[in-house]
Design a protein around this ligand. Sequence first.
Ligand code: PNS
Length: 162
Amino acid sequence: MMRIAVCPGSFDPITKGHLDIINRASKLFDKVIVVVLENPAKSPTFSVNERLGFIHRVLEPFDNVEYDTYDGLLAEYVKKVGACAIVKGLRAVSDFEYEFQMDLINKQLNPEFETVFLNTAQDYLYLSSSIVKQVAMFNGDISKFIPEEIREDIVKRLCGED
Ligand code: PNS
């Protein structure tokens, strides 16, 4: 049986931290699906189509990673695609409570999958899309945080140049 994992998130935009988790998940599972979902607690900077465009470009080198978007519950999406796990990166201790809560709720909604937490790589411990956006808006260097293929477009978009 093909073991499918889902990497969910808002990916607003995708960072090197996300990519590290996706890369590691791609070695553990037969297929990984990166899915852009709505996080009602956040108001996104990039449209879903822009976010999918960035994801498409950075996922090109991976054979067993696909991407998608879904307008609904993560637990439903996992069932729809027949995945056996969700993979998420866990950064500083501050992530824990929120991720723990989401995992327990997702289990109530659909007890048939596991959430696997991968420890973040040291370099990305305090990395987040929102911090990267701030750095870019003030013309800071985001090369350590954002994959090269999409960096220029993100900077242009956030600095309001065209
Ligand atoms: O990258 P994020 O913003 O931390 O990811 C959070 C996300 C998008 C995975 C979460 O908000 C989510 O699962 N949204 C879909 C709706 C849903 O299932 N909500 C209940 C989760 S407990």
